[in-house]
Design a binder for this molecule. Sequence first.
Ligand code: CA
Ligand code: CA
Ligand code: CA
Ligand code: CA
Length: 609
Amino acid sequence: MQRSITMQILVGLLLMTGCARHPAVHHAGKISDWAADAIWYQIFPDRFWNGDTTNDPTIATLEGTWPYEKQEAWSVMPWTADWYELQPWEKTNNQGFYYNAQLRRYGGDLQGILERLDYLEDLGVNAIYLNPVFESASAHKYGATMYHHIDNNFGPDPAGDEKIWAQEDPSDPGSWQWTAADRLFLELIREVHARGMHIIIDGVFNHVGIPFWAFQDLREKGEQSQYADWFVIESFDDPATAEDEFSYSGWYGIPDLPEIREDKQGPPDAFRDHIRAVVRRWMDPNGDGDPSDGVDGWRLDVADMVADDFWRDFRKWVYASNPRAYLTGEVWWEDFPNNIMLDAAPWLEGDIFDAVMNYRFADAMLKAFVDRDQQITPTELDRLLTDVRDGYPQRSKYVLMNLMGSHDTERLASMVANPDRWLDHACNLNYDKDFDVNKPDSAERQVQKLILAFQFCYVGSPYIFYGDEVGMWGADDPDCRKPMLWENLEYSDEKAHPFDMPKPVDTVAPDLQLRDYYRQLIHLRKTHPELRGGEYRTFLTDDKKLLFGFERCLGERKIRAIFNASDTHQLLDINALLDGAPDHWVHVFGTIPRQNELPSKSCAIYRKR
Ligand SMILES: [Ca+2]
Ligand SMILES: [Ca+2]
Ligand SMILES: [Ca+2]
Ligand SMILES: [Ca+2]
Protein backbone atom coordinates (compact mmCIF):
# COMPACT_ATOMS: atom_id res chain seq x y z
CA MET A 1 0.00 0.00 0.00
CA GLN A 2 2.70 2.38 1.12
CA ARG A 3 4.42 1.90 -2.20
CA SER A 4 1.36 2.47 -4.34
CA ILE A 5 0.63 5.80 -2.63
CA THR A 6 4.22 6.88 -3.17
CA MET A 7 3.86 5.75 -6.75
CA GLN A 8 0.66 7.76 -7.19
CA ILE A 9 2.36 10.88 -5.94
CA LEU A 10 5.32 10.25 -8.19
CA VAL A 11 3.16 9.65 -11.24
CA GLY A 12 1.11 12.73 -10.34
CA LEU A 13 4.22 14.87 -10.17
CA LEU A 14 5.43 13.59 -13.49
CA LEU A 15 2.05 14.17 -15.11
CA MET A 16 2.19 17.80 -14.12
CA THR A 17 5.32 18.22 -16.17
CA GLY A 18 4.84 15.62 -18.89
CA CYS A 19 4.73 11.85 -19.39
CA ALA A 20 6.20 9.30 -17.02
CA ARG A 21 8.69 6.72 -18.00
CA HIS A 22 6.82 3.65 -17.03
CA PRO A 23 8.20 2.80 -13.58
CA ALA A 24 7.98 -0.94 -14.21
CA VAL A 25 10.82 -0.72 -16.69
CA HIS A 26 13.21 -0.18 -13.82
CA HIS A 27 11.15 -1.85 -11.15
CA ALA A 28 13.24 -3.74 -8.63
CA GLY A 29 15.55 -5.14 -11.28
CA LYS A 30 12.71 -7.36 -12.45
CA ILE A 31 13.22 -6.45 -16.03
CA SER A 32 16.58 -5.09 -16.88
CA ASP A 33 17.13 -1.63 -18.22
CA TRP A 34 19.36 -3.14 -20.89
CA ALA A 35 16.47 -5.17 -22.23
CA ALA A 36 14.27 -2.07 -22.51
CA ASP A 37 17.07 -0.36 -24.45
CA ALA A 38 17.87 -3.39 -26.60
CA ILE A 39 18.19 -3.32 -30.34
CA TRP A 40 18.20 -7.01 -31.16
CA TYR A 41 20.20 -8.73 -33.86
CA GLN A 42 19.54 -12.42 -34.53
CA ILE A 43 22.41 -14.55 -35.83
CA PHE A 44 22.09 -17.98 -37.42
CA PRO A 45 25.71 -19.04 -36.85
CA ASP A 46 26.26 -21.38 -39.82
CA ARG A 47 25.25 -18.56 -42.19
CA PHE A 48 26.78 -15.43 -40.66
CA TRP A 49 30.51 -15.61 -41.34
CA ASN A 50 33.05 -18.37 -41.76
CA GLY A 51 35.95 -17.06 -39.69
CA ASP A 52 37.83 -20.36 -39.59
CA THR A 53 37.77 -22.79 -42.50
CA THR A 54 39.80 -25.41 -40.61
CA ASN A 55 36.78 -26.30 -38.41
CA ASP A 56 34.23 -26.64 -41.21
CA PRO A 57 31.68 -29.46 -41.02
CA THR A 58 32.67 -32.67 -42.82
CA ILE A 59 30.55 -35.35 -44.44
CA ALA A 60 30.78 -37.33 -41.17
CA THR A 61 29.04 -34.51 -39.24
CA LEU A 62 25.85 -34.99 -41.30
CA GLU A 63 25.20 -38.24 -39.47
CA GLY A 64 22.37 -38.15 -36.95
CA THR A 65 20.03 -35.71 -38.63
CA TRP A 66 17.62 -35.52 -41.52
CA PRO A 67 17.82 -36.80 -44.28
CA TYR A 68 19.94 -39.62 -42.75
CA GLU A 69 20.75 -41.28 -46.09
CA LYS A 70 24.48 -41.60 -46.51
CA GLN A 71 25.72 -39.10 -49.08
CA GLU A 72 28.18 -40.26 -51.73
CA ALA A 73 29.53 -36.80 -52.37
CA TRP A 74 29.31 -33.72 -50.25
CA SER A 75 31.18 -30.51 -49.56
CA VAL A 76 30.79 -27.28 -47.60
CA MET A 77 28.93 -24.77 -49.77
CA PRO A 78 30.65 -21.88 -51.47
CA TRP A 79 29.49 -18.76 -49.58
CA THR A 80 28.75 -16.64 -52.65
CA ALA A 81 27.01 -19.15 -54.93
CA ASP A 82 23.65 -18.65 -56.67
CA TRP A 83 21.25 -19.81 -53.92
CA TYR A 84 19.01 -22.18 -55.88
CA GLU A 85 21.77 -23.56 -58.07
CA LEU A 86 22.75 -27.10 -57.16
CA GLN A 87 26.45 -27.68 -56.68
CA PRO A 88 27.96 -30.64 -58.57
CA TRP A 89 27.80 -32.92 -55.50
CA GLU A 90 24.16 -31.92 -54.87
CA LYS A 91 23.21 -33.24 -58.28
CA THR A 92 24.53 -36.70 -57.54
CA ASN A 93 21.61 -37.66 -55.26
CA ASN A 94 18.93 -36.54 -57.77
CA GLN A 95 16.82 -35.13 -54.94
CA GLY A 96 16.41 -31.51 -55.91
CA PHE A 97 16.84 -28.26 -54.05
CA TYR A 98 14.66 -28.67 -50.93
CA TYR A 99 16.27 -31.96 -49.95
CA ASN A 100 19.76 -30.66 -50.56
CA ALA A 101 19.12 -27.38 -48.75
CA GLN A 102 18.91 -29.35 -45.49
CA LEU A 103 22.30 -30.92 -46.21
CA ARG A 104 23.95 -27.58 -46.78
CA ARG A 105 26.56 -26.26 -44.41
CA TYR A 106 28.33 -22.94 -44.99
CA GLY A 107 30.95 -23.16 -42.25
CA GLY A 108 29.91 -20.11 -40.25
CA ASP A 109 31.31 -20.22 -36.72
CA LEU A 110 32.16 -18.35 -33.52
CA GLN A 111 35.37 -16.93 -34.97
CA GLY A 112 33.18 -15.47 -37.71
CA ILE A 113 30.92 -13.76 -35.19
CA LEU A 114 33.94 -12.46 -33.27
CA GLU A 115 35.39 -10.99 -36.45
CA ARG A 116 32.11 -9.25 -37.23
CA LEU A 117 31.43 -7.74 -33.81
CA ASP A 118 32.88 -4.45 -35.01
CA TYR A 119 30.37 -4.50 -37.85
CA LEU A 120 27.52 -5.01 -35.37
CA GLU A 121 28.82 -2.30 -33.08
CA ASP A 122 29.11 0.07 -36.01
CA LEU A 123 25.55 -0.73 -37.08
CA GLY A 124 24.49 0.15 -33.55
CA VAL A 125 22.88 -3.06 -32.35
CA ASN A 126 23.46 -3.80 -28.67
CA ALA A 127 21.84 -7.19 -28.06
CA ILE A 128 22.54 -10.44 -29.88
CA TYR A 129 20.31 -13.49 -30.01
CA LEU A 130 22.12 -16.60 -31.25
CA ASN A 131 20.26 -19.51 -32.77
CA PRO A 132 21.31 -22.77 -31.07
CA VAL A 133 25.03 -23.19 -30.53
CA PHE A 134 25.15 -26.49 -28.65
CA GLU A 135 26.55 -29.56 -30.38
CA SER A 136 24.08 -30.87 -32.94
CA ALA A 137 24.23 -32.56 -36.32
CA SER A 138 21.86 -30.28 -38.24
CA ALA A 139 22.63 -26.86 -39.67
CA HIS A 140 19.94 -25.25 -37.49
CA LYS A 141 20.96 -27.24 -34.37
CA TYR A 142 17.43 -27.47 -32.92
CA GLY A 143 18.07 -31.14 -32.12
CA ALA A 144 20.89 -31.12 -29.59
CA THR A 145 23.42 -33.91 -29.14
CA MET A 146 24.27 -32.35 -25.78
CA TYR A 147 23.58 -29.07 -23.98
CA HIS A 148 26.84 -28.83 -22.10
CA HIS A 149 29.14 -28.19 -25.07
CA ILE A 150 29.23 -25.70 -27.90
CA ASP A 151 29.27 -27.36 -31.32
CA ASN A 152 32.84 -28.40 -32.06
CA ASN A 153 32.48 -27.18 -35.67
CA PHE A 154 31.89 -23.66 -34.31
CA GLY A 155 35.20 -23.78 -32.42
CA PRO A 156 38.89 -24.05 -33.33
CA ASP A 157 39.54 -27.75 -32.63
CA PRO A 158 36.73 -30.16 -33.60
CA ALA A 159 38.83 -33.32 -33.15
CA GLY A 160 40.27 -32.21 -29.80
CA ASP A 161 36.77 -31.41 -28.54
CA GLU A 162 35.56 -34.90 -29.43
CA LYS A 163 38.34 -36.40 -27.31
CA ILE A 164 37.20 -34.30 -24.35
CA TRP A 165 33.57 -35.38 -24.78
CA ALA A 166 34.70 -39.01 -24.70
CA GLN A 167 36.32 -38.54 -21.28
CA GLU A 168 33.13 -37.25 -19.70
CA ASP A 169 29.98 -38.73 -18.23
CA PRO A 170 27.33 -36.39 -19.67
CA SER A 171 24.98 -37.16 -16.76
CA ASP A 172 27.58 -35.98 -14.23
CA PRO A 173 28.17 -32.20 -14.37
CA GLY A 174 31.24 -32.74 -12.19
CA SER A 175 32.92 -34.45 -15.15
CA TRP A 176 32.22 -31.68 -17.66
CA GLN A 177 35.31 -29.97 -19.00
CA TRP A 178 35.76 -26.91 -21.20
CA THR A 179 36.45 -27.67 -24.84
CA ALA A 180 38.15 -25.36 -27.31
CA ALA A 181 34.75 -24.42 -28.73
CA ASP A 182 33.39 -23.72 -25.23
CA ARG A 183 36.35 -21.49 -24.48
CA LEU A 184 35.94 -19.56 -27.72
CA PHE A 185 32.29 -19.05 -26.83
CA LEU A 186 33.33 -17.62 -23.46
CA GLU A 187 35.67 -15.30 -25.33
CA LEU A 188 32.76 -14.22 -27.54
CA ILE A 189 30.74 -13.40 -24.41
CA ARG A 190 33.67 -11.37 -23.05
CA GLU A 191 34.04 -9.46 -26.33
CA VAL A 192 30.30 -8.79 -26.52
CA HIS A 193 30.25 -7.49 -22.95
CA ALA A 194 33.38 -5.42 -23.51
CA ARG A 195 31.41 -3.56 -26.19
CA GLY A 196 28.54 -2.87 -23.80
CA MET A 197 26.40 -5.36 -25.66
CA HIS A 198 24.39 -8.33 -24.37
CA ILE A 199 23.95 -11.85 -25.69
CA ILE A 200 21.24 -14.48 -25.27
CA ILE A 201 21.15 -18.03 -26.59
CA ASP A 202 18.51 -20.47 -27.76
CA GLY A 203 17.25 -22.96 -25.20
CA VAL A 204 15.64 -25.96 -26.88
CA PHE A 205 14.38 -28.15 -24.06
CA ASN A 206 11.18 -29.59 -25.53
CA HIS A 207 13.03 -32.05 -27.71
CA VAL A 208 16.53 -33.24 -28.58
CA GLY A 209 18.33 -34.76 -31.55
CA ILE A 210 18.55 -38.50 -32.08
CA PRO A 211 22.29 -38.48 -31.17
CA PHE A 212 21.44 -36.89 -27.77
CA TRP A 213 23.47 -38.86 -25.21
CA ALA A 214 20.52 -39.94 -23.03
CA PHE A 215 18.47 -40.99 -26.05
CA GLN A 216 21.42 -43.03 -27.32
CA ASP A 217 21.70 -44.74 -23.95
CA LEU A 218 18.01 -45.58 -24.18
CA ARG A 219 18.43 -46.87 -27.69
CA GLU A 220 21.19 -49.18 -26.52
CA LYS A 221 19.79 -50.42 -23.20
CA GLY A 222 16.07 -50.23 -23.90
CA GLU A 223 13.84 -50.48 -20.84
CA GLN A 224 16.90 -50.89 -18.62
CA SER A 225 18.17 -47.40 -19.46
CA GLN A 226 18.02 -44.93 -16.56
CA TYR A 227 16.73 -42.41 -19.12
CA ALA A 228 13.75 -44.53 -20.19
CA ASP A 229 11.39 -42.07 -18.49
CA TRP A 230 12.95 -39.03 -20.19
CA PHE A 231 11.21 -39.83 -23.48
CA VAL A 232 7.80 -40.87 -24.72
CA ILE A 233 8.38 -44.48 -25.69
CA GLU A 234 5.54 -46.16 -27.53
CA SER A 235 7.26 -49.52 -27.77
CA PHE A 236 10.70 -50.94 -27.09
CA ASP A 237 12.57 -53.18 -29.45
CA ASP A 238 11.92 -56.86 -28.86
CA PRO A 239 15.34 -58.53 -29.18
CA ALA A 240 13.61 -61.81 -30.06
CA THR A 241 12.32 -60.47 -33.36
CA ALA A 242 14.24 -59.46 -36.44
CA GLU A 243 12.50 -56.13 -36.81
CA ASP A 244 13.08 -53.04 -34.68
CA GLU A 245 9.90 -52.28 -32.74
CA PHE A 246 11.41 -49.25 -31.03
CA SER A 247 9.04 -46.35 -31.45
CA TYR A 248 8.74 -43.00 -29.69
CA SER A 249 7.11 -39.61 -29.95
CA GLY A 250 8.86 -36.78 -31.75
CA TRP A 251 8.08 -33.07 -31.82
CA TYR A 252 5.16 -32.51 -34.20
CA GLY A 253 5.40 -36.19 -35.07
CA ILE A 254 8.90 -35.64 -36.45
CA PRO A 255 11.02 -38.67 -35.42
CA ASP A 256 14.10 -36.51 -36.05
CA LEU A 257 13.41 -34.68 -32.78
CA PRO A 258 12.56 -37.04 -29.86
CA GLU A 259 10.34 -35.24 -27.40
CA ILE A 260 11.11 -35.01 -23.68
CA ARG A 261 8.36 -36.71 -21.69
CA GLU A 262 6.20 -34.42 -19.62
CA ASP A 263 3.35 -34.65 -17.18
CA LYS A 264 1.48 -31.63 -15.79
CA GLN A 265 4.53 -30.57 -13.79
CA GLY A 266 6.80 -30.91 -16.80
CA PRO A 267 9.77 -33.18 -17.50
CA PRO A 268 11.14 -35.79 -15.06
CA ASP A 269 13.25 -34.63 -12.14
CA ALA A 270 16.51 -36.05 -13.47
CA PHE A 271 16.07 -34.12 -16.71
CA ARG A 272 15.32 -30.96 -14.71
CA ASP A 273 18.47 -31.44 -12.66
CA HIS A 274 20.46 -31.81 -15.84
CA ILE A 275 19.02 -28.59 -17.30
CA ARG A 276 19.66 -26.80 -14.04
CA ALA A 277 23.34 -27.68 -14.30
CA VAL A 278 23.33 -26.59 -17.95
CA VAL A 279 21.82 -23.22 -16.98
CA ARG A 280 24.41 -22.69 -14.28
CA ARG A 281 27.23 -23.62 -16.67
CA TRP A 282 26.31 -20.99 -19.26
CA MET A 283 25.06 -18.27 -16.88
CA ASP A 284 28.14 -18.27 -14.64
CA PRO A 285 30.79 -20.39 -16.35
CA ASN A 286 33.54 -19.97 -13.78
CA GLY A 287 31.07 -20.48 -10.93
CA ASP A 288 32.31 -17.52 -8.88
CA GLY A 289 28.85 -16.05 -8.35
CA ASP A 290 29.54 -13.19 -10.77
CA PRO A 291 27.51 -13.74 -13.96
CA SER A 292 29.47 -11.29 -16.11
CA ASP A 293 31.29 -14.19 -17.81
CA GLY A 294 27.98 -15.81 -18.82
CA VAL A 295 25.13 -15.29 -21.23
CA ASP A 296 22.56 -12.62 -20.43
CA GLY A 297 19.51 -14.74 -21.00
CA TRP A 298 17.67 -17.26 -23.09
CA ARG A 299 15.24 -17.44 -25.95
CA LEU A 300 13.12 -20.49 -25.25
CA ASP A 301 12.08 -22.62 -28.18
CA VAL A 302 8.44 -23.76 -28.64
CA ALA A 303 7.89 -22.48 -25.12
CA ASP A 304 4.12 -22.97 -25.15
CA MET A 305 4.65 -26.72 -25.59
CA VAL A 306 6.53 -27.11 -22.32
CA ALA A 307 4.79 -27.06 -18.92
CA ASP A 308 4.72 -23.67 -17.15
CA ASP A 309 5.90 -25.33 -13.99
CA PHE A 310 9.18 -26.23 -15.66
CA TRP A 311 9.64 -22.68 -16.92
CA ARG A 312 8.98 -21.28 -13.42
CA ASP A 313 11.82 -23.43 -12.10
CA PHE A 314 13.95 -22.48 -15.08
CA ARG A 315 13.36 -18.82 -14.31
CA LYS A 316 14.44 -19.34 -10.69
CA TRP A 317 17.67 -21.03 -11.82
CA VAL A 318 18.42 -18.26 -14.29
CA TYR A 319 17.67 -15.45 -11.84
CA ALA A 320 19.68 -17.16 -9.12
CA SER A 321 22.71 -16.79 -11.38
CA ASN A 322 21.85 -13.37 -12.78
CA PRO A 323 18.98 -11.18 -11.56
CA ARG A 324 19.45 -8.94 -14.60
CA ALA A 325 18.89 -11.77 -17.07
CA TYR A 326 16.23 -11.71 -19.78
CA LEU A 327 13.94 -14.58 -20.76
CA THR A 328 11.95 -14.50 -23.95
CA GLY A 329 9.66 -17.25 -25.18
CA GLU A 330 8.70 -18.43 -28.59
CA VAL A 331 4.96 -18.26 -27.96
CA TRP A 332 3.49 -18.13 -31.42
CA TRP A 333 0.60 -20.11 -32.87
CA GLU A 334 -2.72 -20.83 -31.24
CA ASP A 335 -4.31 -22.11 -34.44
CA PHE A 336 -1.86 -22.20 -37.33
CA PRO A 337 -4.31 -23.32 -40.06
CA ASN A 338 -6.56 -20.36 -39.25
CA ASN A 339 -3.72 -17.88 -38.76
CA ILE A 340 -4.53 -17.18 -35.11
CA MET A 341 -1.58 -16.30 -32.88
CA LEU A 342 -1.35 -16.98 -29.18
CA ASP A 343 -2.08 -14.26 -26.69
CA ALA A 344 1.10 -14.55 -24.59
CA ALA A 345 -0.38 -12.86 -21.50
CA PRO A 346 -0.48 -16.11 -19.43
CA TRP A 347 3.28 -16.53 -19.90
CA LEU A 348 4.01 -12.90 -19.08
CA GLU A 349 1.57 -12.37 -16.23
CA GLY A 350 2.48 -15.75 -14.78
CA ASP A 351 6.01 -14.54 -14.11
CA ILE A 352 7.36 -17.10 -16.54
CA PHE A 353 9.01 -14.99 -19.26
CA ASP A 354 9.95 -11.32 -19.44
CA ALA A 355 8.98 -11.13 -23.08
CA VAL A 356 8.02 -13.12 -26.13
CA MET A 357 8.93 -13.00 -29.79
CA ASN A 358 6.13 -10.64 -30.76
CA TYR A 359 5.01 -12.04 -34.11
CA ARG A 360 1.68 -10.30 -33.50
CA PHE A 361 3.52 -7.06 -34.25
CA ALA A 362 4.73 -8.38 -37.62
CA ASP A 363 1.23 -9.60 -38.42
CA ALA A 364 -0.26 -6.14 -37.74
CA MET A 365 2.43 -4.41 -39.83
CA LEU A 366 1.83 -6.69 -42.81
CA LYS A 367 -1.93 -6.21 -42.69
CA ALA A 368 -1.63 -2.42 -42.44
CA PHE A 369 1.31 -1.63 -44.72
CA VAL A 370 1.80 -4.53 -47.13
CA ASP A 371 -1.58 -6.01 -47.94
CA ARG A 372 -3.61 -4.56 -50.80
CA ASP A 373 -6.92 -6.40 -51.20
CA GLN A 374 -6.93 -7.33 -47.53
CA GLN A 375 -5.38 -4.13 -46.20
CA ILE A 376 -6.78 -3.14 -42.81
CA THR A 377 -7.73 0.40 -41.78
CA PRO A 378 -5.72 2.52 -39.34
CA THR A 379 -8.52 1.98 -36.82
CA GLU A 380 -8.08 -1.76 -37.16
CA LEU A 381 -4.28 -1.42 -36.89
CA ASP A 382 -4.77 0.58 -33.72
CA ARG A 383 -6.98 -2.19 -32.33
CA LEU A 384 -4.41 -4.93 -33.10
CA LEU A 385 -1.61 -2.96 -31.47
CA THR A 386 -3.73 -1.95 -28.49
CA ASP A 387 -4.71 -5.57 -27.91
CA VAL A 388 -1.06 -6.42 -27.34
CA ARG A 389 -0.14 -3.30 -25.36
CA ASP A 390 -3.13 -3.48 -23.04
CA GLY A 391 -3.27 -7.25 -22.96
CA TYR A 392 0.29 -7.71 -21.76
CA PRO A 393 1.63 -6.58 -18.39
CA GLN A 394 3.25 -3.17 -18.23
CA ARG A 395 6.60 -4.67 -17.31
CA SER A 396 6.68 -6.71 -20.51
CA LYS A 397 5.48 -4.41 -23.23
CA TYR A 398 8.66 -2.31 -23.25
CA VAL A 399 10.84 -5.38 -23.69
CA LEU A 400 8.87 -7.42 -26.22
CA MET A 401 10.88 -8.53 -29.21
CA ASN A 402 9.12 -6.67 -32.02
CA LEU A 403 10.31 -8.68 -34.98
CA MET A 404 9.46 -8.69 -38.67
CA GLY A 405 10.81 -12.15 -39.39
CA SER A 406 13.26 -14.78 -38.23
CA HIS A 407 14.90 -18.05 -39.27
CA ASP A 408 11.35 -19.47 -39.21
CA THR A 409 9.64 -17.10 -41.64
CA GLU A 410 10.01 -15.53 -45.04
CA ARG A 411 12.26 -12.45 -44.83
CA LEU A 412 10.84 -8.96 -44.40
CA ALA A 413 12.07 -8.00 -47.89
CA SER A 414 10.08 -10.89 -49.34
CA MET A 415 7.04 -10.24 -47.13
CA VAL A 416 6.66 -6.83 -48.75
CA ALA A 417 6.91 -8.41 -52.21
CA ASN A 418 4.05 -10.81 -51.40
CA PRO A 419 0.98 -8.90 -50.20
CA ASP A 420 -2.31 -10.46 -49.08
CA ARG A 421 -0.75 -13.57 -47.57
CA TRP A 422 -0.56 -14.89 -44.06
CA LEU A 423 2.77 -14.68 -42.28
CA ASP A 424 4.65 -18.02 -42.31
CA HIS A 425 1.95 -19.77 -44.36
CA ALA A 426 3.13 -21.61 -47.49
CA CYS A 427 5.61 -18.80 -48.08
CA ASN A 428 8.07 -20.65 -50.24
CA LEU A 429 8.14 -22.23 -53.69
CA ASN A 430 7.95 -25.74 -52.32
CA TYR A 431 4.43 -24.97 -51.08
CA ASP A 432 3.35 -22.27 -53.50
CA LYS A 433 4.84 -21.78 -56.95
CA ASP A 434 3.48 -18.23 -57.02
CA PHE A 435 5.49 -16.96 -54.08
CA ASP A 436 7.71 -14.12 -55.31
CA VAL A 437 11.31 -15.04 -54.43
CA ASN A 438 12.90 -12.31 -56.50
CA LYS A 439 14.84 -9.25 -55.44
CA PRO A 440 12.46 -6.54 -54.21
CA ASP A 441 12.00 -3.49 -56.43
CA SER A 442 12.30 0.07 -55.17
CA ALA A 443 8.57 0.38 -54.37
CA GLU A 444 8.81 -2.73 -52.22
CA ARG A 445 11.93 -1.40 -50.50
CA GLN A 446 9.97 1.73 -49.72
CA VAL A 447 7.37 -0.35 -47.88
CA GLN A 448 10.12 -2.11 -45.96
CA LYS A 449 11.51 1.27 -44.92
CA LEU A 450 8.10 2.49 -43.81
CA ILE A 451 7.61 -0.56 -41.59
CA LEU A 452 11.10 -0.11 -40.15
CA ALA A 453 10.42 3.49 -39.16
CA PHE A 454 7.31 2.29 -37.37
CA GLN A 455 9.18 -0.57 -35.69
CA PHE A 456 11.98 1.66 -34.40
CA CYS A 457 9.61 4.28 -32.95
CA TYR A 458 7.13 1.84 -31.45
CA VAL A 459 6.82 0.37 -27.94
CA GLY A 460 9.05 -2.67 -27.49
CA SER A 461 12.47 -3.62 -28.76
CA PRO A 462 13.25 -3.46 -32.47
CA TYR A 463 14.70 -6.67 -33.81
CA ILE A 464 16.79 -7.32 -36.89
CA PHE A 465 17.21 -10.75 -38.44
CA TYR A 466 20.78 -10.95 -39.76
CA GLY A 467 21.10 -9.56 -43.26
CA ASP A 468 17.76 -7.77 -43.37
CA GLU A 469 19.77 -4.59 -42.91
CA VAL A 470 21.68 -5.18 -46.16
CA GLY A 471 18.53 -6.02 -48.07
CA MET A 472 18.65 -9.81 -48.05
CA TRP A 473 15.50 -11.35 -49.44
CA GLY A 474 14.20 -14.90 -49.32
CA ALA A 475 11.14 -17.06 -48.84
CA ASP A 476 10.48 -19.09 -45.70
CA ASP A 477 13.01 -21.72 -44.56
CA PRO A 478 15.35 -22.62 -46.21
CA ASP A 479 15.53 -19.37 -48.22
CA CYS A 480 15.56 -17.08 -45.16
CA ARG A 481 18.85 -18.74 -44.18
CA LYS A 482 21.05 -17.67 -47.08
CA PRO A 483 24.63 -16.80 -46.23
CA MET A 484 25.11 -13.22 -45.07
CA LEU A 485 25.97 -10.55 -47.64
CA TRP A 486 29.31 -8.94 -46.91
CA GLU A 487 30.90 -6.00 -48.65
CA ASN A 488 34.23 -7.74 -49.21
CA LEU A 489 32.72 -10.58 -51.27
CA GLU A 490 31.39 -10.87 -54.80
CA TYR A 491 28.24 -12.90 -55.14
CA SER A 492 26.95 -14.81 -58.14
CA ASP A 493 23.74 -13.53 -59.67
CA GLU A 494 20.58 -15.37 -58.64
CA LYS A 495 19.23 -16.94 -61.79
CA ALA A 496 18.53 -20.57 -60.96
CA HIS A 497 15.03 -21.69 -59.94
CA PRO A 498 14.38 -24.74 -57.74
CA PHE A 499 11.92 -26.14 -60.28
CA ASP A 500 13.82 -24.93 -63.34
CA MET A 501 11.21 -22.28 -64.14
CA PRO A 502 12.16 -18.99 -65.76
CA LYS A 503 13.38 -16.42 -63.28
CA PRO A 504 14.67 -12.87 -63.67
CA VAL A 505 18.40 -12.48 -63.07
CA ASP A 506 18.97 -10.73 -59.74
CA THR A 507 22.30 -9.22 -58.87
CA VAL A 508 23.34 -9.92 -55.29
CA ALA A 509 25.25 -7.44 -53.15
CA PRO A 510 24.73 -5.75 -49.80
CA ASP A 511 22.40 -2.75 -50.07
CA LEU A 512 24.53 -0.13 -48.32
CA GLN A 513 21.91 2.57 -48.63
CA LEU A 514 19.42 0.42 -46.77
CA ARG A 515 22.05 -0.32 -44.14
CA ASP A 516 22.51 3.41 -43.63
CA TYR A 517 18.76 3.71 -43.20
CA TYR A 518 18.86 1.08 -40.43
CA ARG A 519 21.80 2.87 -38.85
CA GLN A 520 19.89 6.17 -38.82
CA LEU A 521 16.88 4.55 -37.21
CA ILE A 522 19.05 2.89 -34.58
CA HIS A 523 20.64 6.25 -33.87
CA LEU A 524 17.21 7.89 -33.63
CA ARG A 525 16.08 5.33 -31.07
CA LYS A 526 19.29 5.52 -29.06
CA THR A 527 19.22 9.32 -28.87
CA HIS A 528 15.52 9.54 -27.97
CA PRO A 529 14.74 7.82 -24.66
CA GLU A 530 11.03 8.56 -25.24
CA LEU A 531 11.10 5.98 -28.04
CA ARG A 532 12.33 3.32 -25.63
CA GLY A 533 10.61 4.03 -22.34
CA GLY A 534 8.02 6.67 -23.19
CA GLU A 535 4.26 6.42 -23.01
CA TYR A 536 2.36 5.68 -26.17
CA ARG A 537 -0.70 7.37 -27.62
CA THR A 538 -2.35 7.01 -31.02
CA PHE A 539 -3.39 10.49 -32.18
CA LEU A 540 -4.35 9.87 -35.80
CA THR A 541 -6.39 7.16 -37.50
CA ASP A 542 -7.75 8.40 -40.81
CA ASP A 543 -9.46 5.40 -42.40
CA LYS A 544 -10.19 7.20 -45.67
CA LYS A 545 -6.66 8.39 -46.33
CA LEU A 546 -5.02 5.45 -44.50
CA LEU A 547 -3.03 7.78 -42.27
CA PHE A 548 -1.83 6.65 -38.86
CA GLY A 549 -0.05 8.72 -36.22
CA PHE A 550 1.32 8.03 -32.78
CA GLU A 551 3.11 9.92 -30.07
CA ARG A 552 5.81 8.77 -27.65
CA CYS A 553 6.21 10.92 -24.61
CA LEU A 554 8.64 10.94 -21.68
CA GLY A 555 8.68 13.89 -19.31
CA GLU A 556 9.05 16.94 -21.51
CA ARG A 557 10.21 14.89 -24.47
CA LYS A 558 7.82 14.08 -27.26
CA ILE A 559 7.96 12.38 -30.65
CA ARG A 560 5.12 12.31 -33.13
CA ALA A 561 5.25 9.93 -36.08
CA ILE A 562 2.82 10.04 -39.00
CA PHE A 563 2.52 7.22 -41.55
CA ASN A 564 0.83 7.10 -44.94
CA ALA A 565 -0.14 3.48 -45.63
CA SER A 566 -2.01 4.30 -48.84
CA ASP A 567 -0.65 3.94 -52.34
CA THR A 568 -1.08 7.60 -53.15
CA HIS A 569 0.11 10.88 -51.62
CA GLN A 570 -2.23 12.35 -48.99
CA LEU A 571 -2.96 15.80 -47.73
CA LEU A 572 -2.34 16.38 -44.03
CA ASP A 573 -3.03 19.28 -41.75
CA ILE A 574 0.47 19.42 -40.28
CA ASN A 575 -0.40 22.53 -38.32
CA ALA A 576 -3.22 20.75 -36.52
CA LEU A 577 -1.24 17.52 -36.07
CA LEU A 578 1.46 19.53 -34.29
CA ASP A 579 -0.97 21.27 -31.91
CA GLY A 580 -1.19 24.42 -34.04
CA ALA A 581 2.42 25.21 -33.20
CA PRO A 582 4.64 23.64 -35.88
CA ASP A 583 7.45 25.99 -34.87
CA HIS A 584 7.72 24.04 -31.64
CA TRP A 585 8.55 20.85 -33.52
CA VAL A 586 11.59 19.68 -35.47
CA HIS A 587 11.36 17.19 -38.31
CA VAL A 588 13.77 14.39 -37.32
CA PHE A 589 13.14 11.50 -39.72
CA GLY A 590 11.37 10.47 -42.91
CA THR A 591 9.90 12.77 -45.54
CA ILE A 592 9.34 16.48 -44.99
CA PRO A 593 5.77 17.05 -46.24
CA ARG A 594 5.71 19.76 -48.94
CA GLN A 595 2.48 21.75 -49.18
CA ASN A 596 1.04 19.48 -46.48
CA GLU A 597 1.44 16.45 -48.73
CA LEU A 598 2.81 13.14 -47.46
CA PRO A 599 3.89 10.82 -50.30
CA SER A 600 2.59 7.26 -50.58
CA LYS A 601 4.13 4.71 -48.18
CA SER A 602 6.17 7.30 -46.35
CA CYS A 603 6.38 8.81 -42.91
CA ALA A 604 7.17 12.11 -41.21
CA ILE A 605 8.59 12.09 -37.70
CA TYR A 606 8.82 15.15 -35.47
CA ARG A 607 10.38 15.89 -32.13
CA LYS A 608 9.15 18.57 -29.78
CA ARG A 609 11.69 21.33 -29.22
CA1 CA B 1 34.17 -22.63 -40.22
CA1 CA C 1 29.63 -30.71 -34.51
CA1 CA D 1 31.38 -15.88 -13.16
CA1 CA E 1 8.12 -21.10 -41.39
